[in-house]
Write a new protein. Structure first.
Lengths: 378, 366, 329
């Protein structure tokens, strides 16, 4: 971007002289160095200030927030500005990388590189000292503990995803038409605001079993309902294999809010004229729903389903907090945790992580391909 | 025509609301349970269910009766006109005069409790003790060697709250910013390797963050980033970027091509298109993801524990310490769960109108 | 240890003093093999014991029961209480992600009593397998109590669901809903605040079973080690080897000492005093086994498979085999 020098009135004014010098190539170069340098300096000072931790805490926190957010925004602006200064052809090729670069670098460092390290570790023994080839993978695919996790994750995948998306869609659609929409959506979303430990405590009060005997009063809601109806109380979370379903209920309770939020914004994007026209033509609500709304939001539906499928494969916290993976509720991520941190078998843990990655890839590839069909960049 | 449409509409509204209300009530019951439990004294929590807080019928003791020595408790026992075995008396038997007799303790006590089934009102011993303990720290009293009573209070949550804010706010905004830039790049800009890199990014969605903990920690120690806020922002950015990029990509790619084309024709650069066109249009998606990321960070325990540690405790870490190493004070979790829920809910309520708005409301003419 | 960093205590403190002030059991526990042979790698500070059964003393005495001295007496008393119409034992092993650790304590206590200290050491070192007659015998004794629904409050199915801290609570109800809770002495912190040690509750030593193995005690403790031999360090460690150094802690009611010169009068309540006395007089003292086993087993498969076996989702033999299979090679 070259500033064309124009003759303006008062061109001999010293200030204008200085300003116009910036227009020259030398000046441009100077600025190209100065601006990033100043930016860097400001950020560095902020960093040092935070490091010293001398100011009262609330000041610290405010500075941290401003510095963090402002710093990142500033970095983008400055980098883009720099790239734009380069010759046009170079700029055009480089600019997408300004946009995409930071994300790729961060994800590379935090996720991709550890995966490579894991891949290497998966071929080694538990201390990481010897090469054992495919032995860890043999464990990952054939050990009965792993087979149990595969079965369980499949259950989570099928039932957890289906019900989360179904409920999310149902509520998003219905709430859209009612007056107290915000209230309903807030209620459904509330579980998502809880931490996993909080959810664990909550459902503990539903599933608790105090045992059978004279004078024992159940404190878990489910058992209380069962005894009130005349049945015998059960240790729900210890009943193999039904306990998996009781855990999946918790997941649905947590995830529906997420699905609802995303699907809701998609549903609201369906043009009102389309719906009106269909109604005037006499179509009933069910027909409208299945023939107009669902196809229109197909893309979002696919996105939500994909992410929930992936979460169900990754599920860890609920299982860990509620049962620790005992009594036949083990899932892949929990076995990974046990192998890494409890049994200290880095090789097996890494193999499990790689297997998880492999399981997910088909889902992803399918999705990306369907989007890329219409993608043509500028 | 109009009349049947109206009645069809009103019956629809009825069913819609009915189904919604039913689902919402079922949804809230677990949370209601915990809310009530958080007000109960800790020893009661274990003894009976939280619904006993509400008015209900219960057997209240009116008197006790001692069975004379002459009666053999191993055989049939007669009282109040009824004969039964010890086991049956243990469970409690309705007598003819409407009262209930239940054996007290084991055979050696030789006592029966006579009770009447009466209505009991709302529980009166609800208190804020659990909340006090969580907010201001538990008070422990003990006698030292000189016999003096010493009182110590644990940490309160105020500082932890500020730390959580310092972690959550930038930790939400930074990844969204980075992801928005990247999503735009993947959706609308052409560059070599675009498809492959994007596929890899989406594949990274499945990587369990536990894989990265130890390697990143080692890197941080070398870079002296351990225990700093910058460290945890970067970590959360790394873990959250795949999902953010994926979601925002799906959203941004639905923006009509014509809109962007007309902007290019008008001479705008990629950067200005991004800031003036894409960002405002994406507000629903940005707001949605902001909520998820905020909640995830606010409730996160593992990453904060590993990368921040004890020095800059967040609320989750402070609460976990409260519950005690062996989990003996888990009843405090009931109050803690509520306290830490308030802010995320407020954020949700504040931001939810951003995605209640339609996708492209007001940006397309005609 | 292997690198020789820990300094032999016998060179820092008068060896005779160590011999007098610590029982044989404690001395044996501190012996480790360094590069130059066996040394006393440290000296002990606090201890805690696990071979105790707590009971609601007041109600117990009122009901006319007698404290059992032998295992058979204890089982007879168990049956007696069951005949009287109560469930005698309160057992709970739930503990979040650490569920099952209470059971491992039970098993270790039983191993000491039916297999003896030497076999116990072999077992902890991995030489004696889980799938062995000794371990199975210990489990038989446990099953005689745990798997009998009449003996356990809530029945067998409730054991893996009841939190270990909640388990003793029914003992303090009026009337007590259960009477015995076998647990480490730390559990007194879970008892209701108003209950008075020695009055409302007390404990008895979990009786031995086989005569030849005497009265073993299972427990754990803190140990001091020294890595730098300097005059100040010497002075400090010599001080730590006396009971005096921790007297204040004891009098505040928070510690039990391993030192013989710590007078029993320092303890503030009869229960803690009794526990300290039992530990001091132990003929065999052993450290908690699951703490000493490799983490993969002691804090992993041992807990997991024992819990599954109690819940009934796996057979005993299968569980033992799995634990053996998980031992790191």
């Amino acid at each position: 971007m070259n500033i064309t020098q124009t003759k303006s009135p008062g061109a001999n004014n010293p200030i204008t002289k200085i300003l116009s010098w910036f227009g020259t190539t030398l000046g441009q170069l100077f600025i190209s160095v100065l601006v990033p340098a100043i930016t860097f300096l400001v950020l560095w000072q902020g960093y040092l200030f935070l490091q010293r931790a001398a100011a009262p805490q609330i000041v610290q926190v405010l500075v941290a927030i401003v510095w963090g957010v402002g710093g990142v925004a500033l970095l983008y602006v400055v980098t883009n500005w720099l790239v734009m200064k380069l010759p046009k052809k170079v700029a055009k090729t480089l600019q997408p990388f300004v946009f995409v670069g930071p994300a790729v670098v961060i994800m590379g460092w935090f996720l991709a590189v550890p995966v490579i390290r894991s891949l290497i570790a998966s071929f080694r023994n538990y201390l990481g000292t010897e090469w054992v080839g495919l032995e860890n993978f043999k464990f990952a695919f054939t050990d009965p503990r792993m087979l149990e996790t595969f079965r369980n994750n499949l259950l989570w995948l099928v039932f957890g995803t289906f019900f989360s998306v179904a409920f999310g869609l149902l509520i998003a659609t219905l709430a859209d038409r009612s007056k107290a929409e915000v209230l309903y959506k807030s209620i459904i979303f509330t579980p998502y605001a809880l931490s996993f430990v909080g959810a664990g405590v909550i459902w503990k009060f539903i599933y608790t079993y105090k045992g059978t005997g004279i004078g024992i009063r159940e404190i878990g809601l489910l058992n209380a309902v069962v005894t009130a109806l005349g049945g015998t109380p059960q240790p729900w979370l210890n009943l193999t294999p039904w306990n998996n379903f009781f855990l999946i209920v918790i997941m649905v309770w947590l995830q529906t809010g997420y699905a609802m939020v995303i699907l809701s914004s998609a549903i609201k994007g369906v043009p009102a004229e389309l719906l009106e026209a269909a109604r005037i033509d006499g179509a009933n609500e069910f027909k409208i729903f299945f023939s107009i709304i669902v196809p229109y939001i197909k893309g979002t539906l696919l996105t939500v389903t994909t992410t929930i499928i992936i979460f169900s494969l990754k599920t860890f916290d609920v299982v860990r907090v509620m049962t620790g993976g005992n009594n036949g509720t083990n899932v892949i991520a929990n076995e990974f945790y046990l192998q890494s941190f409890t049994y200290n078998h880095a090789g097996r843990a890494s193999a499990i992580a790689i297997v998880l990655l492999l399981l997910v890839t088909p889902v992803i590839v399918n999705n990306v391909r369907s989007f890329n069909q219409q993608r043509r960049g500028f | 025509m109009a009349k049947s449409q109206r009645s069809q509409k009103s019956s629809q509204t009825f069913w819609t609301n009915f189904v919604l209300i039913f689902i919402c009530v079922m949804w809230m019951i677990p949370i209601l349970g915990i809310l009530i439990t958080s007000f109960r004294p800790s020893d009661e929590i274990f003894r009976n269910g939280w619904w006993n807080v509400f008015p209900h019928k219960e057997d209240l003791e009116i008197s006790r009766v001692v069975i004379p020595e002459s009666v053999d408790v191993d055989g049939p026992i007669t009282y109040g006109g009824t004969t039964a075995t010890f086991q049956e008396w243990q469970r409690g038997i309705q007598l003819e005069d409407g009262t209930k007799a239940t054996w007290f303790g084991n055979k050696r006590t030789r006592t029966m409790v006579i009770s009447e089934n009466k209505w009991v009102g709302f529980a009166t011993n609800l208190n804020l003790q659990n909340y006090k303990d969580v907010l201001t720290g538990k008070t422990i009293t003990y006698k030292n060697a000189q016999g003096q009573t010493i009182t110590r209070t644990g940490n309160n949550l105020g500082g932890a709250f500020l730390n959580s804010l310092a972690v959550t706010i930038p930790g939400t905004i930074i990844p969204i910013l980075i992801a928005a830039f990247a999503a735009f790049g993947f959706a609308w800009l052409d560059f070599p390797g675009r498809n492959i890199v994007f596929t890899i990014i989406v594949a990274l969605l499945v990587v369990p963050l536990q894989i990265a903990l130890v390697p990143i920690l080692q890197d941080y120690v070398k870079l002296e980033l351990n225990g700093t806020f910058l460290g945890i922002w970067l970590a959360h950015a790394g873990f959250g970027l795949p999902l953010a990029t994926y979601l925002l990509f799906n959203y941004i790619s639905t923006i009509p091509r014509e809109l962007l084309e007309s902007a290019y024709i008008d001479g705008a650069s990629n950067f200005t298109i991004f800031t003036n066109l894409i960002l405002p249009l994406s507000v629903p998606a940005l707001a949605s993801f902001a909520i998820f990321q905020f909640l995830w960070l606010w409730n996160d325990y593992l990453v904060a524990l590993v990368f921040l540690g004890e020095k800059n405790q967040t609320v989750t870490i402070a609460v976990a310490q409260l519950v005690g190493e062996k989990g003996q004070d888990w009843h405090l979790m009931t109050a803690a769960a509520f306290i830490s829920m308030i802010l995320p809910l407020a954020v949700f309520l504040g931001l939810q109108r951003y995605f209640v708005r339609g996708l492209m409301a007001g940006s397309v003419k005609g | 240890m292997e690198k020789g960093y820990a300094i032999d205590m016998n060179t820092l403190i008068n060896p005779d003093w160590i011999k007098t002030n610590y029982s044989d059991a404690w001395q044996a526990l501190a012996k480790m093999t360094g590069p130059s042979g066996e040394i006393a790698a440290g000296i002990w500070a606090r201890a805690n014991g696990k071979s105790f059964v707590f009971y609601p003393k007041k109600a117990f005495d009122e009901a006319g029961y007698k404290v059992p001295e032998t295992w058979d007496e204890m089982m007879a008393l168990t049956q007696q209480i069951a005949d009287d119409g109560d469930t005698p034992w309160c057992i709970g092993i739930e503990s979040g992600a650490a569920t099952g650790w209470t059971m491992t304590d039970w098993i270790e206590d039983l191993m000491l009593r039916v297999a003896g200290g030497e076999n116990y050491d072999k077992w902890v070192a991995g030489e004696l397998k889980f799938d062995s007659p000794e371990v199975k015998e210990a489990l038989d004794y446990i099953e005689a109590i745990w798997f009998n629904d009449a003996y356990v409050y809530g029945g067998r199915a409730a054991i893996p669901t009841i939190n270990f801290g909640d388990a003793p609570k029914p003992m303090f109800e009026n009337p007590p809903k259960c009477w015995f809770n076998r647990q480490g002495n730390f559990v007194t912190t879970f008892f209701p605040e108003e209950s008075v040690a020695g009055v409302d509750y007390s404990f008895f030593y979990l009786p031995g079973i086989k005569e030849e193995y005497g009265k073993p005690v299972l427990g754990a403790g803190d140990i001091y080690a020294v890595f730098n031999d300097r005059p100040e360090v010497r002075a400090v460690i010599q001080y730590f080897s006396t009971g005096e150094s921790l007297k204040v802690w004891v009098e505040s009611g928070g510690a039990i000492l391993t030192h013989n010169d710590a007078s029993l009068d320092w303890y503030v309540d009869p229960v803690t005093r009794g526990v300290a006395e039992t530990i001091r007089n132990a003929t065999t003292f052993r450290f908690d086994g699951s703490d000493m086993m490799p983490g993969a087993v002691g804090a992993g498969t041992f807990w997991k498979y024992m819990t599954d076996y109690v819940s009934g989702s796996i057979t005993r033999d299968e569980a033992l085999k799995q634990i053996d299979a998980s031992w790191p090679k």
